[in-house]
Design a protein around this ligand. Structure first.
Ligand code: NAD
Length: 264
């Protein structure tokens, strides 16, 4: 039973072919953890990422392209990780999408997709790993929420609903795992310069009647008192710490890493 963290342990990180998930996967691999990657992307680029991490860090890195809108594929992702590694010790629910629009024009299918990927997928992955973690007396579930899990912005109704939802889900799972060595925490980043943020700049500009430069200056960086983006390396380091033995008493919490955004 891995009551202490003797590597190699095994992490599954959803949505890890890009951005924050890739940063978290890299941080775990650098600490000697085996990693199951997931997410979409060009097959040769995904393979280059997988093989590069494996070679650089001397750990086992696998990839499974399960679509986080499909519960049966999510189950097969966890099955694949358990078959390959023997067990899943850390689950990072990171996959997510965004859509920016006033509610009047918000497409129904975008609402459904955001709730499915940003919220319901974490239910399905957690459901699949929980029994094994409890039985072994060790597990770490980390949900990449957002500052939008704690406060709102206009024109992001589905995203804000999903992220507030996952902060609540985090608390419920923390209570269920508390006596079994299984912690569950949310990480709430402010703005991180990833494709997810870069893609929303034109839509935000349209919704707010601003230029794209004004969006970066007056919306994105204005939200963060430090006036700097959070980095994927900083989020990866926090996820690794939350997976350590020293974090055993940290559970059910929403950890802000947002340059002071939510302090306002
Ligand atoms: P990103 O677009 O760079 O990466 C998203 C990842 O999710 C990719 O690997 C993509 O392939 C994957 N993905 C998307 N739809 C999927 C699906 N249906 N099935 C499987 N994988 C899917 O975005 P990011 O900025 O790295 O965002 C990662 C997480 O961090 C999201 O949950 C996002 O809400 C959250 N977040 C991002 C920011 C930010 O500023 N970038 C801030 C706070 C929270």
């Amino acid at each position: 039973m891995p009551k202490t963290l003797n590597a190699p342990l095994n992490a599954v990180i959803t949505g890890s072919t890009s951005g924050i998930g890739e940063g978290v996967a890299t941080a775990f691999a650098a600490e000697g953890w085996n990693v199951m990657l997931n997410g979409f992307g060009d097959a040769s680029e995904v393979e280059a990422l997988r093989a590069g991490l494996e070679e650089k860090h001397g750990v086992k890195v696998c990839y499974n392209g399960a679509n986080m809108t499909k519960p049966e594929e999510i189950r097969s992702l966890i099955d694949a990780a358990e078959t390959t590694f023997g067990q899943v010790d850390v689950l990072v629910n990171n996959a997510g999408i965004q859509h920016v629009s006033p509610i009047e024009d918000f497409p129904d299918e975008k609402w459904d997709a955001i709730i499915a990927i940003n919220l319901s997928s974490a239910f399905h992955t957690t459901k699949a790993v929980m029994a094994g973690m409890k039985q072994r007396g060790f597990g770490r579930i980390i949900n990449i929420a957002s500052a939008h899990g704690l406060v709102a912005s206009p024109f992001k109704s589905a995203y804000v609903a999903a992220k507030h939802g996952i902060v609540g889900f985090t608390k419920a799972i923390a209570l269920e795992g508390a006596e079994h060595g299984v912690t569950c925490n949310a990480i709430c980043p402010g703005y991180v310069k990833t494709p997810l943020v870069e893609k929303q700049i034109p839509d935000t500009a349209k919704a707010r009647g601003m230029s794209e430069e004004e969006v970066i200056e007056n919306v994105i960086l204005a939200a963060q008192p430090t006036k700097q983006f959070v980095t994927v390396e900083q989020i990866g380091a926090l996820a690794v710490f939350l997976s350590s033995e020293n974090a055993a008493q940290i559970t059910g919490a929403a950890h802000q890493i947002d340059g002071g955004w939510v302090a306002r």
